[in-house]
Design a protein around this ligand. Structure first.
Ligand code: NDP
Length: 264
């Protein structure tokens, strides 16, 4: 069997979702679980949100475990991945979802080095080295019978310039190149690497700008006039991880109600 025959039952499949205890990561965890994946959540702290995510996945009949992990702390990645593998088995899918926005939106001319470094550490450097480690493990352990993938969650800010959070935009457009780099390196091994670009999704991250986005969506910001949901992103991630696009790699999937379409 080859990894193009992705509908065959290969037993338990395991996905690691960073930042999966709430928001978009939770939506991804639920959709992956519905597609037959056991779920490892790697997030900053185990709290009521994390418990709800874990309990819900388990109630739906899949295994779920929580792993305390700051993705920016790359020295901890090896230990976290070891714990995941010991608890659930080898990974089939990594979803680099954990991410942060700026602490304060403000003038590009006043961006601080501290904020810039913070965004890069969490949104780019951490996921880059986590991906590197997972990719190395995939390559060292060929499993042609399984479809394996890495999914990066970037942002509409990979193409849309928001001058009140330039360092966020920079961190996200770099995720596009990271996706292309790993897609190229891992193509020979049949491992798909994808970027999902969410538009405006209702989560804790966007709560600060809720009224503003409500108004702009009403005024036509997106061809599809609604907020996106974590489930919208989850469904896309599950399709990618399940191998529905097994002869694609390096692609960007916009889940944004058409926000990316330039209009005249
Ligand atoms: P949330 O803030 O709602 O959730 C993010 C989760 O990631 C939280 O549980 C958060 O923990 C966790 N997290 C933050 N930093 C780290 C870290 N260093 N290590 C591990 N976990 C961490 O955000 P969203 O769900 O909205 O965003 C998820 C991803 O989607 C992000 O990469 C974001 O940039 C991207 N995105 C979101 C959009 C939106 O409209 N919401 C649009 C485009 C992209 P804690 O709560 O403690 O901070």
């Amino acid at each position: 069997m080859t990894n193009q025959e992705t509908t065959k039952d290969v037993g338990v499949r395991v996905a690691l979702v960073t930042g999966g205890r709430r928001g978009i990561g939770r939506g991804i965890a639920y959709s992956l679980a519905a597609s037959g994946f056991d779920i490892a959540i790697a997030d900053l702290a185990f709290d009521d949100d994390a418990k709800e995510t874990i309990d819900t996945v388990r109630a739906r009949g899949r295994r779920a475990e929580f792993f305390a992990c700051d993705v920016a702390n790359i020295d901890r990645h090896a230990a976290v991945l070891d714990s995941v593998t010991t608890a659930l088995g080898p990974l089939d899918c990594l979803v680099n979802n954990a991410g942060i926005s700026v602490e304060r939106r403000g003038d590009l001319l006043e961006t601080t080095a501290e904020s810039f470094d913070r965004l890069m550490r969490v949104n780019l450097r951490g996921p880059f080295f986590l991906t590197q480690r997972v990719a190395a493990a995939f390559v060292a352990d060929p499993r042609p019978e399984r479809y394996r993938s890495i999914i990066n969650i970037s942002s509409a800010n990979a193409f849309a310039a928001s001058i009140n959070r330039g360092e966020y935009c920079l961190s996200k457009i770099a995720v596009t190149m990271a996706t292309w780099l790993f897609a190229t390196r891992l193509g020979e091994a049949g491992i798909g690497v994808f970027e999902i670009r969410p538009g405006i999704i209702r989560t804790g991250m966007t709560a600060v700008a809720e009224a503003d986005y409500d108004r702009r969506i009403r005024e036509g910001l997106t061809p599809m006039p609604r907020w996106g949901t974590p489930e919208d992103i989850g469904r896309a991630a599950a399709a990618l991880a399940s191998g529905a696009f097994a002869f694609s790699t390096g692609d960007v999937i916009h889940i944004d109600g058409g926000l990316h379409i330039q209009r005249l």
